[in-house]
Design a protein around this ligand. Structure first.
Ligand SMILES: Nc1ncnc2c1ncn2[C@@H]1O[C@H](COP(=O)(O)OP(=O)(O)OP(=O)(O)O)[C@@H](O)[C@H]1O
Length: 251
């Protein structure tokens, strides 16, 4: 396990400092992130929004150690990611970060339960049975545990993906458009689960979304435009988020 190198009790689960990401070279160069400074507090639910191409996925991928920064730094719970070897980065992603993707990303040949415990199995960690039962129960998956993904609805598959992300009690859960492939009812179920994970279990959650309704479940919405953080809202409602997005899309 990659341990924190600074005290983990500063209340910050993840931090980007002066973070830039440049794709390509010469004429085709794109500055996807432009000196971004942002912090994500523990036990908070944050949504990242912004017009298409503003850098949302790039920011999330750099924060989650799925992509590397061109300059600047990213810190997860006191561990500076740029200082890690590939092996240490893989371990950090496995042990300290949970992921929920738009496309669910479940293993088709495994049952729901096997999918949920897969990251722990790979890490050689036994699940905490009480916590596993709590998560399964809270997500309403008790009678679906022996089913394979193809035998589950999209909403159920995404609930399995949420259980997989939460069961290891990671320091932070990242969601890349976690409701993007779901109807509004299933999407609301997933958002309620993420909200409850924050409120009841002190989980830290950061999602990228295009949907103002989804973002309104968050404690805080951070707005990106042209690779920069340009605004944020606290305790937002869907209307105020939509108004903010309209002004950004006009720029
Ligand atoms: N691998 C890549 N190579 C070159 N350019 C890239 C790459 N990935 C992203 N970009 C560019 O970086 C910028 C930011 O992309 P990013 O996917 O982070 O935006 P986004 O806000 O998530 O967009 P969307 O809402 O459309 O998903 C865009 O101009 C995009 O074209």
């Amino acid at each position: 396990m990659v341990e924190s190198t600074t005290p983990a009790n500063d209340g910050i689960a993840a931090r980007a400092a002066n973070l830039s990401k440049i794709y390509g070279t010469g004429n085709t160069q794109v500055r996807a992130l432009d000196e971004v400074d942002v912090e994500f507090r523990r036990a908070e639910f944050t949504a990242i929004m912004g017009p298409s191409g503003s850098g949302k996925s790039t920011l999330m991928h750099c924060l989650a150690g799925l992509d590397s920064a061109s300059s600047g730094s990213v810190d997860i719970g006191g561990t500076e990611l740029t200082a890690l070897s590939d092996k240490q980065m893989t371990q950090l992603r496995r042990d300290r970060i949970g992921f929920v993707f738009q496309a669910f990303n479940l293993v088709p040949t495994l049952t729901a339960l096997e999918n949920i415990t897969l990251p722990l199995d790979i890490a050689g960690r036994a699940p905490n049975e009480e916590w596993l039962n709590t998560v399964v129960d809270r997500l309403g998956l008790e009678d679906r545990l022996d089913h394979r993904p193809s035998e589950l609805s999209g909403g159920q598959q995404q609930r399995v993906a949420c259980a997989r992300a939460l069961v290891g009690q990671p320091e932070i859960v990242f969601g890349d458009e976690p409701t993007g492939n779901l109807d509004s009812r299933s999407g609301n179920e997933v958002l309620n689960i993420l909200r409850a994970a924050v409120d009841e279990f002190g989980q830290t959650v950061v999602i990228v979304t295009h949907d103002p309704k989804a973002a309104s479940f968050a404690d805080r919405v951070v707005f990106l435009s042209d690779g920069k953080i340009v605004d944020e809202l606290r305790n937002p409602d869907a209307d105020s988020i939509m108004d903010k997005m309209k002004t950004l899309e006009k720029i």
